[in-house]
Design a protein around this ligand. Structure first.
Ligand code: PGA
Ligand code: ZN
Length: 427
């Protein structure tokens, strides 16, 4: 039998959940297995993320077209990879990174690179006749010589949206709930869904808007984090769950969006904080509410502040680094060395290849940092992050509210996989 090889690579300009163009790529192998991968896109993007290439041609899609990225796949990337062994994912990704040649993927674009890296991963799973998570898990175990069985992650569900994800005044971007102590993904998701619906009732009773933001959570016209937290606590209570034991609240402050080089500007509550004051504010919230996790409590450049925040809250609270780490092993290493944060947010398009995502997860785990696989605020029907979270045993996933198909598709994928393959649940 002839050796399996990449036969055809093509790309398409499609749309994400915000109606912005994004890249999709199809990889077809010599045994005719094929798969399409779609690339997500952020709104609160960090400075240190790999770059997505956009056309910047104002005559198309307000400058947001991705035809350049699509052409790069159809020409350069196709030429580079056609004929190669798709099962050697690490080789495929190394070639993509080398051909790009920059630290932030600005030549070929993280959107072109990720589309192909992920489509190759998916097509290879097809060829091996394995569920995607199983294929990912086998690569991961082989690469890092670890013995980790696929595990379903605990969901963190963003039920109330603020910041740049919503047209309201709430400063913090995400108010999430995380069920705790449940014995299956299914039952933990059910808990989150019931609270989501009760939150809608609470909003209606107060004549507040129940339309949703970019990640499917409600986006009422509130001002402060406290108002949002009180409403969520109320929703948990009427749902019959116990906040602080069965359900915890997780925040993504997305503080890089609030920082103006000197101060954290919290316009909703008309306050401006220096780093020490922002830390104190977070400590106060932490002491008043059952908050188990705070993401990007401080700006991506505020390393000194992060150090203090970790000293103060790190032993009791999960402190997740998103913009500060950018799924980049060099930045995660720096954080580990300086004792900054205790958890890493893993966004596949922040770094650009699946192999680099695996390296980031492995590095974090080796240093006892928790990992949270994450969607972007601009998503698609692609559910690969569900399989990535399971295959890499990330322990946690954030994929938005149980609302809007771009979010629910990931939860549905995990519900089906749990039942079909009896995968154990992280607890
Ligand atoms: P983004 O938001 O996709 O807009 O960056 C998600 C996050 O900050 O975690
Ligand atoms: Zn974030």
């Amino acid at each position: 039998m002839s050796k399996l090889r990449i036969e055809e690579i093509s790309a398409f300009e499609v749309l994400d959940s915000r109606g912005n163009p994004t890249v999709a790529s199809e990889v077809r192998l010599s045994d005719n297995s094929s798969s399409i991968a779609y690339v997500p896109s952020g709104a609160s993007t960090g400075k240190y993320e790999a770059l997505e290439i956009r056309d910047e041609d104002e005559t198309r899609f307000l400058g947001r077209g991705v035809s350049k990225a699509v052409n790069l796949i159809n020409k350069e990337i196709k030429e580079l990879l056609t004929g190669l062994d798709p099962l050697d994912q690490s080789n495929i990704d190394t070639i993509l990174c080398k051909a790009d040649g920059t630290d932030n993927k600005s030549n070929l674009g993280a959107n072109s690179i990720l589309a192909v890296s992920l489509a190759n991963l998916r097509a290879s799973a097809e060829s091996r006749n394995l569920p995607l998570y199983e294929h990912i898990n086998l690569i991961y175990k082989d690469l890092f010589e670890v013995e980790e069985k696929p595990t379903l992650p605990i969901p963190m569900m963003n039920i109330l949206n603020g910041g740049v994800h919503a047209d309201n005044k709430i400063d913090f971007q995400e108010f999430m709930i995380q069920p705790s102590g449940f014995n299956s993904f299914k039952s933990s998701l059910q808990c989150g869904v019931e609270i989501f619906h009760q939150l809608k009732e609470q909003l209606k009773q107060r004549k507040l808007n129940t339309s949703v933001g970019d990640e499917g959570g409600f986006a009422p016209q509130l001002k402060s984090a406290e108002e949002a937290l009180d409403l969520i606590l109320q929703a948990i209570d009427v749902s019959g769950y116990k906040a602080g034991s069965q359900v915890f609240i997780c925040l993504d402050c997305a503080s890089s969006e609030l920082f103006d080089e000197e101060k954290y500007l919290l316009e909703g509550v008309e306050k401006s904080f220096n780093s020490a004051e922002m830390i104190r504010y977070l400590e106060t919230l932490r002491s008043k509410y059952p908050i188990s996790s705070i993401e990007d409590g401080l700006d991506e450049e505020d390393w000194d502040g992060w150090k203090v925040l970790t000293e103060r809250l790190g032993s009791s609270t999960q402190l997740v680094g998103d913009d500060i780490f950018a799924t980049n092993t060099n930045r995660i290493k720096k954080g580990i060395k300086q004792n900054i944060a205790n958890s890493v947010l893993v966004k596949i398009n922040q770094i650009g290849t699946i192999s680099e995502v695996m390296e980031a997860v492995n590095l974090s785990k080796e240093n006892s940092y928790k990992t949270v696989v994450s969607h972007r605020s601009g998503e698609t029907e692609d559910t690969s992050i569900a399989d990535i979270a399971i295959g890499l045993c990330s322990g946690q996933i954030k994929a938005g509210a149980p609302s809007r198909t771009d979010r629910v598709a990931k939860y549905n994928r995990m519900l089906i996989l749990e039942e079909k393959f009896n995968i154990p649940f992280s607890s």
